[in-house]
Design a protein around this ligand. Structure first.
Ligand code: UDP
Length: 360
């Protein structure tokens, strides 16, 4: 069976790294990898290929920048050409980016079956580009690999039980990555010996592109850094540009985006995670750290239910209080919410089973 894997953004390199490993270990799957180019530089792309031992992509599309429609449209056209050339038996897409949407749509229109890793996640906020991407991708996929029981429930509520598709809670591939690479942790230069700090990440468009929200978050970060403990913030290039454009003054320890091994080092050493990322909310949990999430809703509701994560929106006071109340707590992963590191093995098994199943 030939599988065409489509990746393009930082979290997808991490997710695909563990599934591609499992594919290599199995017999019966030939994987062809396309990198759309959505994230493209050393910090946001190359470092993950180097560290996580991902084979260089077979196709590099080099598509980035521009509006959502323009980027997705260019990807759609180029991915269709790759699919016509490679004739895969199945397309594999990850998460909720424009690369995910373009890959799923191009395949569906060519009648190539689509498998979606991270199916069923919902924020119920249609203003998020990610929400649109994931809803459409799920609609055109026939193998829906959900990371949680909640995601399965979301699909069931949307009527997927009555469609000719396979829905499985396989667990979260990001936990596979966290377990696999945990002992490669390294601390970025200049931060050796730091402990108990707040590790912050900030890049969601709903925060960076909204002046009020961004300035309130910057105020909260500055206040935590000044009054509570050091805030270390690997700064996403888009956020850096938005802060500059809005003339805000951010007085925390900013560093360039780091590789995954350095991120694991920071997650292990910090006292709390403050983020608007999807993946980082769970990584806080995998590394037993409390999390304060700078969003109004989360797809990972089980973390809120077990008390590992607090939603603070972009409200400066709630963010500050959330940090003060949770800093230094140890979070126990006793509930095995995310599959315990077995997601990629399950995904590959399902891909093989589906390929070998008699067609209906
Ligand atoms: N990450 C990283 N370096 C950084 C910031 C994040 O390796 O400087 C990793 C992080 O550990 C997680 C993934 O990138 O595995 C999350 O990506 P991001 O927050 O960009 O996307 P999201 O999960 O919100 O879609």
């Amino acid at each position: 069976m030939k599988i065409l894997t489509i990746i393009g953004a930082r979290p997808q390199f991490i997710k695909a790294s563990v599934v591609s490993r499992a594919i290599k270990k199995s017999s019966g799957i030939e994987e062809v990898v396309v990198h759309t180019g959505q994230h493209f530089d050393q910090n946001m792309s190359d470092v993950f290929f180097d560290q996580l031992d991902i084979s260089p992509p077979d196709y590099q599309l080099d598509i980035h920048g521009g509006s959502h429609g323009s980027m997705t449209g260019k990807m759609l056209e180029s991915l269709e050409a790759v699919m016509l050339e490679t004739r895969p038996d199945r397309v594999l897409v990850y998460g909720d980016t424009n690369s995910t949407l373009a890959g799923a749509l191009a395949a569906a229109k060519l009648h190539i079956p689509v498998a979606h890793v991270e199916a069923g996640l919902r924020s119920f906020n249609m203003k998020m580009p990610e929400e649109i991407n994931r809803i459409v991708t799920d609609q055109v996929s026939d193998l829906l690999f959900c990371p949680t029981q909640e995601a399965v429930k979301n699909l069931s509520t949307e009527g997927f039980d009555h469609k000719p598709v396979h829905i499985m809670n396989v667990g979260d591939v990001m936990q596979d990555a966290a377990i696999l690479f945990a002992n490669h942790a390294s601390v970025p230069k200049g931060l050796q010996g730091e402990e108990g700090f707040v590790l912050a990440t900030l890049h969601r468009a709903e925060n960076t592109d909204n002046c009020d929200r961004l300035s309130s978050i910057v105020e909260a970060l500055n206040r935590v850094h000044e009054k509570v403990t050091k805030v270390i913030l690997p700064l996403h290039p888009r956020t850096r540009a938005c802060i500059k454009k809005q003339g805000l003054s951010l007085n925390v320890e900013t560093i360039d985006p780091v590789g995954y091994f350095q991120m694991v080092g920071l997650l292990s050493a910090c006292g709390l995670v403050l983020t608007d990322s999807g993946g980082v909310q769970k990584e806080a949990y995998f590394f037993n750290k409390p999390c304060v999430t700078m969003r109004d809703q989360t797809e990972w509701v089980e973390l809120i239910e077990v008390g590992a994560n607090v939603l603070a929106g972009a409200d400066s006071g709630r963010i500050f209080d959330g940090v003060v109340e949770n800093l230094g707590r140890t979070i126990e992963d006793t509930n095995e919410l995310y599959g315990g590191g077995r997601a990629s093995g399950r995904i590959v098994q399902e891909l093989l089973d589906k390929a070998n199943a008699p067609s209906q």
